[in-house]
Write a protein that binds this ligand. Sequence first.
Ligand SMILES: *Cc1c(COP(=O)(O)O)cnc(C)c1O
Length: 495
Amino acid sequence: MKYLSTRDKTVRMSAAEAIEMGLARDGGLLTPEAIPQIDRAFLESLVGERYQVRAAKVMALYLTDYTEEELLTFAENAYGPDRFDTAAVAPLRKVDGDTYCLELWHGPTSAFKDMALQMLPQLLSAALRKTGEDKTVCILVATSGDTGKAAMEGFADVPQTRIMVFYPKDGVSAVQEAQMVTQDGENVGVCAVVGNFDDAQAGVKRIFSDPAIRETLEKRGFFLSSANSINWGRILPQVVYYISAYCDLLRDGRIAMGEKVNFCVPTGNFGDILAAYYAKRMGLPVGKLICASNCNDVLTDFLRTGIYDRNRPFHTTMSPSMDILVSSNLERLLFDLSGEDDAQVRAYMEALAKTGRYEVSDTIKAALAEQYWGGFCDEAGTAAAIARYYKDYGYLIDTHTAVAASVLEQYREATGDRTVTVFASTASPYKFCNHVLTAIGQTPEGDGVALLDQLNRVSGVPIPRRLAALKGKARRFDLTAEKPEMDGVVLDFLN
Ligand SMILES: *Cc1c(COP(=O)(O)O)cnc(C)c1O
C-alpha cells in the first residue's frame, strides 16, 4: 500500500516513509491510496481477541511494509499493564440503554492521545530501520495541551529521536502544564508560545516548510518530522478503537452483527473523528458520525453549510484541546469525498491560506450531509453535562467528553435517532479539576495539582497514578517564546 499527498497524487511513498516524513513537502497530508475493506468474518475473528491483537490485525491492513508480528510486538509494548491501567485498554462503559462511552484515557498521560502516541514512536523507529535513515529525527509538536505530554511520554529516550513541544502559554490547564514542564528524558524540550494553539501550530508548520532551516538541520545530522495528527501514524492507531468498540458491543450481545452504531466525537483538529470515518469507510457498520465542537464552532457551520470559514473570534474554553479554528485533518476527508481530486483539495487549501475560507462542491456537501451531523456546546452547556452525568449516572466526565455528551443529546432531540451510539471520552476528569469541581457544585480550593486531592475527596474516583505523582515533581523547563522566535528555539535545541 502506497501513501499519497492530498495535494499531489504523484507524490507516492511507502508507509514507513510516510510515517517518517509526517507531512508531505507540498504541505499535503500523506494518505493511503486505497481504504482496505473489512467484512463480517474479519470482525468475527476480532471479537474474542485482546485489544493488542485487534490493533495488530487492523494496522496490518494499512502498513503493508510492516509484518503483523512486528505490529503485535509494538501493540504489546504500547498497551501493556505498565502503561495502561486497565487490561481492556479502551473499555466501553454503558451509560444507558443505547448510549455507551468509549474511555480512551487509561494510558500514561490520561488523555486519548496516548492511544496513538504510545504506538507512533515504535512505528517511527522501525521506519528509520526500514528506510536505512541514519540521521536523528526531531519531532516538532504544537499542542493544545494533551498531545505534547503524550508525545514526550512516547518519545522520551527513544534512540535516534529528539522531541520539541510548543504549547500556548495561557491555553492549557494547570495539570497539563505541570505534566509537560516536569517531563523526564534527555531528548525532550518544551517551550511556551505567546499566543493560542493556532499560533503555535502555524509556527511549527512554518518551520517545517522553511528550506533554510531544513538545510541547516540536515548539516547537523537532523531531519524534522511530526507527531501531530497530520502524521498517518497518529490516525491509524485511532481507527483501531472504533473497530474494537464495535467488537465489544458484539461480544457483550449489545448489538447484532451488521447492526449500525453511531459515533459521537469531541473534535478539535479532526483527527479522532477522521479515524471513525476511516473505520466506516472500511466497512464497519456505522450510521452517523456526530462531530461535537465547543464554542469554536467552525466545524459545526462547515458540516451544515459546506463553507469553512475561520474568520471568527477564537474562544479560550474549558475544553482547550478543542480550541482550534483550523482543523488540519479535514483535508484528508476532503481528499476522500472529492474522489481523490488533488487539484480540488489544493484549491481549497490555497483559499484557506489566502482568505481563511472555502466552499466545497455540491457532491461533497451531499456526502457530508449524509454521513455527518455537527453540533456545538457552549461553556454553560459543558458544565451542565458534567453535572448531569455525575448526578444521573454517578459518572465523572471531563470537559471535552462533556461537549460530546451534550451534542449527542442535541442530535437525538433534533433527529429522534435512537441508534446505539458510542461517544468518545477523551480525557480523565482529573486533567481539568478546576472546571469539573465547579461543574459539580464545589468551590475549587487552591489551584493546579492541589485540586487532584479535592476532586478525589469529593467524588471518590481514584486519581490516575501518574497524575498523583506530579505533586512531588520538580519543574525542568521554563522557556517562553514569541511566535517569530520559535525558529531560534528549534535551532538552539538541536545544537
Ligand atoms: C486532542 C483532543 C481532542 C480533539 O481531538 P482531535 O483529534 O484533535 O479532533 C478532544 N479531547 C481531548 C481531551 C483531546 O486531547
